[in-house]
Structure formats: C-alpha cells, structure tokens
Write a protein that binds this ligand. Structure first.
Ligand SMILES: [Zn+2]
Length: 447
C-alpha cells in the first residue's frame, strides 16, 4: 500500500491521508442542486471523486463515496415557479436526468446518493442540538446559526469577517442578530410548495445543514475526506464544518479536498450568467464518454481546466492511441520490464492524485510495449481512470456496414481506387474504419 498524500484545503498543505478507521476511507462530495440539466463543469467533481475512489480501491482501501443530491433549495423553487410547475416534480425530473447523464460516463455510481428530502429528521435533530447549545436561535419561524459563538469559524476559508457575505441577501436580514449569521431552517413562505413540521414551525432546511446531517448519518463524524468544487469553500463548506463542530463538539471531516473549476476557455468562467454553458449530455453526444474522461484526467484536479477544442482534440487522439495499443496487445500478464512505467503512473496518483503527471507514464508504457505484449499493466492503469473498456474487443459492425467493407475489398481487388475511397469515406461517416488486422481487413470503431 502506497502512502497517499492529498492537499488539505483547511491546512493549506499536502499531507498524508491517515484514515479514521485503518484500511477504510469515507468520502463525502457535494453533488448538484437539481433545478436544471447539469453542465459539463458539474461533471468534474463526479469524475474526480469517482476516479479517486477507484485509485483508493486499487491501493487496497475499502472506500465509500457519498455524493448527495440537493433537492430542496431556493434555486429549485425559483426554477419551478418560472416553469409554472411543482418544485418536487421538477427536482425529481432533474435528479433523474442527472443520474442518467452521469451514468453515461461509465464510472459506476457512488455508494450513496442521498436526497435531502429523505433526511429531514436528522437535519432537525442537528438544528435542535445547535439551539440547545446556544449556537443557534429561532426567530420568526426561521432558525439561524450564531456565527460569533464559534471561535473556529473561518478556519477553512480563511476570510476576513468583512468578506463573509452569506449570500442570503435581504432575506431574513431583519431577523438575524448579526449579519454574519446564516439560516439553518426557513419558515414556510407563500409560493413554496414543499414544507415539513419542526419544533420551530412548518418550513424547510437551509442548504448547508442538509450536507452536515447527511454526511454524519452516512459516514459518522470525523470521516476522512470532504470534497467538492473550490467554489463551495465559502460559505457552504465553512458552514457545514461550523454546524457539526458546534452541534456535536467534534469535527465533521479530517481533510478537505477541492477540485478546480471548468473554464469555458483559458481564464473565462463557465457560467449560466455568461451564457457559455455546455450541457453534459450534449458533450457526451459530441465526443463520447471516453474522451471526456481522458480530457478531465489531463489536468490536475485542483487546477482550473479550460474546455477548449484543442484539449478535447488531444483527448480524442489519446483515446485513439490507447485503442490502437489495445489492438496490438494480447490479454495477459505484462512483463516486469515495463513495471517501472506502471509504478510511475500510480506514484503520481499517490502524490495529490496527479492524473496530469500520471498520463505521460501511461503513454510511456504504451510506447515501450512491443506488439503482442500482455496488457495487464495497461488494464490496471486504465481501470483507475474508468477507461478499461478501451481494451475490450470492439463490438462487431452491423451487417450493412460489413457489406460495405466487403464491396470496398472487391473494389480494391479490381483496382477501382476511387470507388474504394468513396466506400472508405462512407464507412468513416458512420463511425467505422477499415484496418488491416492479422486475419485480413477488419472493421473497428473510429476513435
Ligand atoms: Zn454540500
């Protein structure tokens, strides 16, 4: 088992992962708020934490990944109102799309994908503990967290108090003892169509408390890694950490791991407000899941990554190279002579999960492997990235295309090169390529 190090946002340094329970690693990664279809940027944390879980398993850990689905939130009420429909129905439909779209990545599912609406009881229990300990107060049917009662507040995001805008706008401003305070429970309002009973009246939870309660329920306190996009550090994660520490007297998580944002192009934010969003489903239709996974893996998870045509093309080419390598290898054990490249790949992942540094080692392995080499090392490396499927024998081409390929062979035999080229292009347009294999020409999916 390698020592795995990760950058801890809270401590601002790379440090060894020291699991709470030896051999086990629990991860909670904040998932989407389901008010619309997810965009390709939302897929980054899903990919990073799914791949990281695969790496932990490769290293022999028993890893549990929790990725929540926020189905109670102001954004959902707003979107439902704008669409003239009920919020629960909208959230259920968008959660369904999220599951289907991410399923297409072929990484499998997280171990738990809790819905906030299924955890109202633990949420109310945690708010009750905060009120009881004096860290929270009811006001006008809402309940607010009293930020200044917790000296540790701000340790995760390291912001000045002046920069701690909770983003709650004017809502509840008159009810708060201090503008720094944030909502744990919100009283039911006209026009909101979901609400639950609580000791403070009918209402619904705030966003931050949902994650604190679900993470505690599913992973226990002081679990190993809390993750999510870097944009969540403040206020969401600062508040999650505060709620649990204040309510339970123990930290929520031992290490905080954040992924960088996806940019529309170098330095340009991808955001709905800018209008440069690309839907995940649309991108999967364009380039396929394999190229998208390789594209994400080409950047270090903590860095921003530009969604540029150049980077996507490079990923598509990379997939072609790996598929080609797979065709000239055989299934079986790889020779020890190539183990150095394989080890360099996994060593890079052990050092703050540096997929960008690991990939060149994978290509080095491919370059160094003679035809007919056993593919076990490559299979192992691709498995962690969720790309082992590239080594599976391609599905057979449909009979109509086999017929086109046969006609092309006859054209070539007749030295009718123009017709042969035309048929080759026609096949290419359908996504297939003719390759000369050991048993003569064969049809393979074009990368
Ligand atoms: Zn969260």
């Amino acid at each position: 088992m390698r020592t795995i190090s990760l950058y801890d946002t809270r401590e601002r340094r790379v440090r060894p992962l020291e699991p709470r329970d030896p051999g086990k690693v629990g991860i909670y990664a904040c998932g989407p708020t389901v008010y619309s279809r997810i965009h390709v940027g939302n897929a980054r944390p899903f990919v990073v934490f799914s791949q990281f879980k695969r790496f932990l398993e490769h290293e022999g850990y028993d890893a549990t990944l929790v990725a929540n689905i926020t189905d109670i939130n102001d954004k959902i009420y707003d979107a439902a109102r704008a669409a003239g429909r009920d919020s629960a129905g909208l959230a259920a439909e968008m959660a369904g799309h999220y599951l289907a779209d991410t399923e297409r990545l072929g990484l499998g599912r997280p171990d738990h994908e809790p819905l906030a609406s299924d955890f109202i009881e633990p949420i109310i229990d945690l708010i009750g503990a905060l009120v009881e300990r004096g860290h929270a107060y009811p006001a006008g049917g809402d309940v607010y967290f009293r930020v200044r009662t917790l000296p540790e507040y701000g340790e995760l995001s390291r912001r000045d108090v002046e920069q701690m805008d909770q983003g709650e706008g004017v809502e509840g401003a008159a009810l708060k003892e201090d503008p720094l305070d944030f909502a744990l429970w919100k009283a039911h309002k006209e026009g909101e169509d979901t609400s639950w009973d609580s000791p403070w009246g009918r209402g619904r939870p705030g966003w931050h408390i949902e994650c604190s309660a679900m993470a505690e329920e599913l992973l226990g306190l002081e679990f190993d890694i809390h993750g999510g996009g870097i944009d969540l550090v403040f206020p969401h994660h600062e508040n999650e950490a505060a709620q649990t520490l204040a309510g339970r007297g123990r930290p929520l998580a031992r290490l905080w791991m954040h992924n960088g944002m996806l940019e529309a192009s170098e330095g340009e934010k991808m955001a709905k407000s800018v209008g440069n969003i690309r839907g995940l489903a649309e991108v999967l239709d364009d380039v396929g899941p394999e190229a998208l996974l390789l594209y994400f893996s080409g950047g270090h998870y903590r860095q921003p990554i530009a969604f540029s045509p150049e980077r996507l093309d490079a990923a598509v080419n990379g997939i072609r190279r790996i598929r080609e390598a797979g065709r000239r290898l055989r299934e079986g054990d790889s020779p020890d002579a190539l183990a150095g490249h394989r080890d360099a790949f996994f060593d890079a992942l052990a050092d703050d999960f540096n997929t960008a540094k690991a990939l060149p080692a994978l290509y080095d392995w491919i370059r160094a492997a003679p035809d007919g080499t056993g593919d076990s090392h490559l299979r192992e490396m691709l498995g962690v990235l969720g790309l082992e499927r590239l080594l599976e024998a391609g599905e057979a081409a449909p009979p109509a295309l086999q017929e086109l390929a046969a006609r092309r062979e006859r054209a070539r035999a007749d030295r009718d090169w123009a017709e042969a080229d035309r048929l080759r292009d026609e096949l290419r347009d359908m996504g297939w390529e003719v390759r000369d294999g050991p048993q003569g020409p064969e049809l393979v999916p074009a990368a």
